[in-house]
Design a protein around this ligand. Structure first.
Ligand SMILES: C[S@@+](CC[C@H](N)C(=O)[O-])C[C@H]1O[C@@H](n2cnc3c(N)ncnc32)[C@H](O)[C@@H]1O
Length: 243
């Protein structure tokens, strides 16, 4: 029964309608300044770059020219369809890959930059995603993040806990109350920059936001690079790295 309900949810609101409406839902906060925050968090991006949970591609206009190669990943086909529309007129060459953050089809130490906006709130468990980010980064490579997080004000955090159940279903399995900063601090990535800010014009319970940069420690050893990504079209990845 629960399985059936989940299937019905995914076939209607959960993935289909949500993907179709996503840009409209965010239009107000993008206009109030989220768009500038996207540009800010992506400013340090360079080299071979992968974005996780790309959604409909709202970060695309903000990648700097220091990015040589851009791979966009997203697990949900309805989102990928929206993303494909946006990449058609995109001036840089990009590759779309259907994959979740927990299993990226790339070898260890493959990327200079991993970027992700508002995905640690939605992935089923942030820890495997962070381990995978560390794995695919070169030693010294950077993870750029923009996340809405648990509010530091206990009064607002309590509200987040109450609202969470309904928000989860409205927001396509998003968690408004995750302590993402602590999760990052407990991971083996090293936080190099952390800016605590607010999502402009957002409701109080999803307002607390962080922008930052975490680095894979340079001392970690990596395997030699033997696998390269497909160069065109979009690739479906349902398995992990096979290197
Ligand atoms: C709140 S949306 C953010 C979309 C986009 N990054 C943005 O900034 O507008 C959360 C995204 O995470 C994606 N997502 C869900 N589960 C995921 C997973 N396991 N790995 C990577 N992305 C995931 C969703 O499909 C959705 O595109």
């Amino acid at each position: 029964m629960a399985n059936l309900l989940k299937k019905a949810y995914d076939a209607t609101w959960g993935k289909y309608v949500f993907a179709g409406m996503y840009d409209k839902f965010l239009a107000k906060v993008e206009g109030y300044g989220l768009s500038e925050k996207r540009a800010e968090f992506l400013k340090p991006a360079y080299g071979r770059t992968i974005e996780l949970g790309t959604g409909t591609g709202l970060n695309l206009p903000h990648y700097p020219d220091t990015v040589d190669e851009l791979i966009l990943t997203e697990p949900y086909p309805h989102m990928v369809a929206k993303l494909e529309e946006k990449t058609r007129d995109y001036p840089k060459r990009v590759q779309l890959v259907v994959a979740g953050a927990e299993r990226l089809p790339y070898p260890d130490g493959y990327f200079d930059t991993v970027a992700a906006a508002m995905i640690l709130c939605t992935v089923p468990d942030p820890q495997p995603a962070l381990r995978e980010i560390e794995r695919v980064l070169k030693p010294g490579g950077q993870y750029l993040f923009l996340e809405h997080v648990r509010n530091k004000d206990p009064r607002v955090a309590r509200k987040q806990d109450i609202i969470q159940k309904g928000w989860y279903w409205f927001g396509n399995e998003c968690h408004c109350n995750r302590p993402t900063v602590q999760t990052l601090q407990n991971s083996s990535l090293e936080i190099a920059d952390l800016q605590e800010t607010k999502m402009p014009g957002a409701w109080e319970f999803i307002e607390a936001m962080v922008i930052g940069r975490a680095v894979r420690p340079a001392t970690t050893t990596t395997k030699p690079l033997t696998v390269s990504a497909a160069s065109n079209g979009h690739t479906h990845a349902d398995s992990g790295c096979d290197c």
